[in-house]
Design a protein around this ligand. Structure first.
Ligand code: C2O
Ligand code: CU
Length: 451
């Protein structure tokens, strides 16, 4: 298609305006002025972990805990993570949602998996504020399910003032009768993805959380589950959505529920509540058109509201500028078809443009990408793009009600989601895939180069 034509419809937002200043440190391995180097050592290993109190299970995780430690830094800092692999098999860490250089992306397209006993050092600058996460990108059906994931919080200047912040990493596990994590399953699980019946917040089954009355908290929520969609509700109480995958929204949006597909993040301003109230963090029924869809509301945690504390919170009505990449009508320059076919080996193969692990066309630095993600199947798929934020332009032709930066978007059955993004100057090998771990493992993934 004619790319120059597209530019008539583009608010040409150089990376520095649209997405925070990636360009501020062109050498991505050096901190921006005023930034520091945040050094972390992470050890991947097997250990006993009580997902269910009193019932230790053999888990895999970082630093002996599930999830791994919350990593925290500021925009402009360099994060340096020395990973030591104490597992009996190779592993990698993918930095989900981060605009980092391709060689740091943590997939076996860009690095040798870290062998048992070996170490690898990831080092990159953090150009954007937001709630991100890190997880294994090797043998994910086992490694992610067993607990190799954690949250990463990056703070920027001008964050809204809140009374407290918490990180809630949602997941589920499938435990057998002895309380151990089941090995990967066969047909139904290959087809629908694993949806375990033990629901976890920060690695613990349905915990009870304490919150002070009268306060407004910022909740950074990550859906780390293999396949579960979380239609998040706080017992029907309203909350403000203030952020998504790629950081703050332009303005808070008041709602009573929000959908998190696998790998999605949301940031909520929650409260104030009154002393003595009890709220349920739950997932409402959601039919993702699979045999193991969630048919009724299921709890993730309980929040008990204790004695009041003074509040200094102030959520401004404008959080930041988000310029649309596309206005008016536009011709997409790529179609990405999500498909499936019967297979004797797996029961089902998952496909992009008719093939497993599709090799897609390269994209050029600076050239607007408008992609139609077309779901040809009868079930939902969360489409995830590595390394770059996109905007949702439309879902089945309808524009979204508010703009946001995303790295994952749900594509409902027989639907088309149009996304727009601009590859900033980070050439190399990148990928996109369905974030239902089993679909990705069975081939619903595309590989492409930024050149
Ligand atoms: Cu969470 Cu390939 O990504
Ligand atoms: Cu899928």
């Amino acid at each position: 298609s004619d790319h120059s034509h597209h530019h008539h419809h583009v608010h040409h937002a150089p990376a520095a305006d649209a997405l925070g200043a990636y360009t501020m440190a062109h050498d991505a391995a050096q901190p921006a002025p005023g930034g520091r180097v945040v050094m972390v050592a992470l050890e991947a290993s097997e250990f006993d972990w009580e997902f269910v109190a009193g019932r230790p299970a053999r888990a895999w995780g970082y630093d002996g805990q599930v999830p791994g430690p919350v990593l925290e830094a500021n925009v402009g800092d360099v994060l340096e993570v020395r990973l030591t692999n104490r597992l009996a098999e190779p592993t990698t860490i993918h930095w989900h949602g981060l605009r980092l250089p391709a060689p740091m992306d943590g997939t076996d397209m860009v690095q040798h998996p870290v062998a048992p006993g070996e170490t690898f050092t990831y080092r990159f600058m953090l150009p954007d504020a937001g709630t991100f996460w890190y997880h294994s990108h090797t043998n994910e059906r086992v490694q992610m399910e067993r607990g190799l994931y954690g949250a990463l919080v990056v703070r920027g200047p001008g964050e809204p003032r809140v009374d407290a912040e918490r990180v809630l990493v949602l997941d589920d596990v499938a435990l057998d009768r002895k309380g151990q994590i089941k090995p990967p399953g066969w047909w139904i699980e290959q087809h629908d993805g694993r949806q375990g019946s033990t629901r976890l917040v920060n690695g613990l089954q349905e915990p009870v959380l304490a919150m002070a009355a009268g306060q407004i908290e910022r909740w950074r929520i990550v859906n780390a589950a293999s396949a579960r969609y979380v239609r998040l509700s706080l017992g029907g109480r309203p909350f403000a959505l203030i952020g998504s995958d790629g950081g703050l929204l332009a303005a808070p949006v008041t709602m009573t529920e929000v959908l998190l597909a696998p790998s999605d993040r949301v940031e909520l301003a929650v409260g104030p509540f009154a002393e003595g109230e009890t709220l349920r963090i739950e997932s409402l029924a959601y039919d993702r058109k699979s045999t193991n869809s969630q048919r009724k509301a299921e709890p993730f945690a309980t929040v008990r509201v204790g004695a009041a504390k003074p509040s200094v919170a102030e959520i401004p009505s404008k959080l930041r500028d988000i310029e649309p990449l596309v206005t008016g009508s536009i011709t997409p320059n790529r179609e990405v078809h999500l498909g499936a076919r019967m297979s004797f080996r797996h029961g089902v193969d998952f496909l992009v443009n008719q093939e497993q692990h599709h090799r897609d066309q390269p994209v050029r630095v600076g050239e607007l990408q408008v992609w139609d993600i077309v779901n040809d199947t009868l079930m939902d798929h969360p489409f995830h793009l590595h390394g770059f934020f996109f905007q949702v332009v439309s879902v089945n032709g309808e524009p979204p009600t508010f703009l946001s930066w995303e790295d994952t978007v749900n594509v409902p059955p027989k639907s088309t989601v149009r996304i727009a993004w601009v590859p900033d100057d980070r050439p190399g090998e990148w990928m996109y895939h369905c974030h239902i771990v089993e679909h990705h493992a069975n081939g619903m993934m595309g590989h492409f180069a930024v050149v």
